[in-house]
Design a protein around this ligand. Structure first.
Ligand SMILES: [Zn+2]
Length: 422
């Protein structure tokens, strides 16, 4: 195993130091002969990022992404662990499928791929999947989600919350009351009216979150809210947290930056679920993220094949790439508050997912699972240069701050000089 000496790096923005990587950990002592030296002057070391919400598309849509290509995109984005959503084909609703995804992740060896199990069989929202069998499988599933679909039936949601309590599991809800979003194409508001497109009202998200925090409180179980997108949702969450409900929430980079005005281009790259909202929502989400009302930034990395995305707005699938640009968008939005970034993108998501090897600050004795960022770098997003198999980034041509220069997973370099190692 190669040893690395990272020279002059700023750990979480503090004064420059050297980090020696040996046998998978950040070690004491002097560098042995043959150690690879990395000049890290000006770079910032963060614990490896952890994504709670990634769509890897395998099994089933390997033309859009595979566990390997998605893992490579993740490593390039500074991630060392990703939680893979269950809406694959077949759906990850059995021990067999989650173990397959887990094994593919280990084989790729670029990030730890932690499968998320479906809440209901086939994501159909009718009966509970084999939650216990997935939890005790080799994949040790702890997060369950029907993401892409809402667990709309309140009795089923209650039973899911009750079931996972036994093994400290968490239900991650895609909050969308389906009766309120039939035929929806974008955020319900002034822009949708102008464009004549059917709206996806904020209340469809807020109503489900309000219901679910009450259910979680009643059951005493853990709830996680996926991709929070409205100011009203922030209010519901703030209130629930003040009452002591065990609820956490995530926001995506795109909901922190982009608004529904983007739909005026009719470019389906901006079609996403939940939809891009208003500037007032963006500001409320940013504030909530700083305050900790929103706990986590999660990408909702959603690769799509060209034929599913480059078509008329109405027929395009919702979703955007996110893994390779997340840190840059967050730097743009939050500024260089490294401790806050580590908290929202590594420590807290690792804790929610129960990934004890992740989310640990780079210091002696800790696992060498970290990433190095160049905060001074500016780069232009070129879709063709993405490690993802898909090209549906909403940031094409934009100049973004901050570049991942290196990533290490248990002492193995997955990215060096800004390039994927394997
Ligand atoms: Zn979703």
């Amino acid at each position: 195993m190669t040893q690395y000496l990272i020279k002059g790096v700023s750990v979480l923005g503090r004064k420059p130091t050297d980090l020696l990587i040996r046998d998978g950990v950040i070690a004491e002592g002097d560098a042995a002969e043959g150690t690879q030296v990395i000049d890290a002057g000006g770079l910032v070391a963060l614990p490896g990022l952890v994504d709670l919400h990634t769509h890897l598309r395998e099994p089933g849509r390997e033309d859009a992404e595979t566990v390997e290509t998605g893992s490579r995109a993740a490593a390039r984005g500074g991630y060392t662990a990703v939680c893979a959503m269950a809406n694959t084909s077949p759906v990850a609703d059995t021990a067999g499928v989650v173990e397959q995804v887990y094994r593919l992740g280990r084989e790729a060896g670029l990030v730890d791929v932690q499968p998320i199990g479906a809440v209901t069989v086939g994501l159909a929202g009718e009966r509970l999947a084999e939650l216990g069998a997935m939890a005790t499988s080799a994949a040790q599933v702890r997060i369950f989600s029907d993401d892409g679909h809402c667990v709309a039936d309140p009795a089923l949601m209650r039973r899911a919350l009750e079931y996972v309590k036994a093994f400290d599991g968490v239900i991650a809800q895609h909050a969308e009351e389906p009766r309120l979003t039939e035929g929806a194409q974008m955020h319900e508001g002034e822009v949708a009216t102008r464009l004549g497109l059917t709206g996806w009202p904020a209340v469809a998200e807020e109503a489900i979150i309000a219901r679910d925090v009450l259910l979680a409180e009643h059951v005493g179980s853990r709830l996680h809210v996926c991709h929070l997108s409205t100011a009203g949702s922030v209010d519901v969450l703030r209130n629930a947290k003040a009452r002591g409900v065990k609820v956490t929430a995530e926001v995506t980079p795109h909901h922190l930056l982009l608004t529904d005005e983007r739909a005026t281009s009719y470019d389906p790259v901006f079609k996403v679920n939940p939809p891009l909202r208003t500037q007032a929502d963006v500001e409320a989400l940013r504030r909530a993220l700083r305050e900790g009302v929103i706990d986590v930034v999660a990408t909702d990395h959603a690769p799509h094949a060209v034929e599913d995305k480059e078509c008329e707005w109405a027929y395009a699938r919702p979703g955007m790439l996110g893994l390779e640009t997340a840190i840059s968008i967050v730097l743009d939005v939050l500024g260089e508050d490294w401790d806050l970034i580590a908290e929202r993108m590594s420590r807290t998501p690792a804790r929610i997912a129960g990934l004890t090897e992740h989310g640990r600050d780079p210091k002696r004795g800790a696992p060498a699972t970290l990433t190095l960022v160049d905060p001074a770098a500016r780069w232009v997003v070129e879709p063709g240069e993405s490690a993802s198999r898909s090209r549906n980034t909403p940031y094409a041509g934009m100049t973004l701050p901050g570049r991942i220069m290196a990533t290490f997973l248990r002492g193995e370099a997955t990215v060096l000089d800004g390039k994927a190692v394997k």
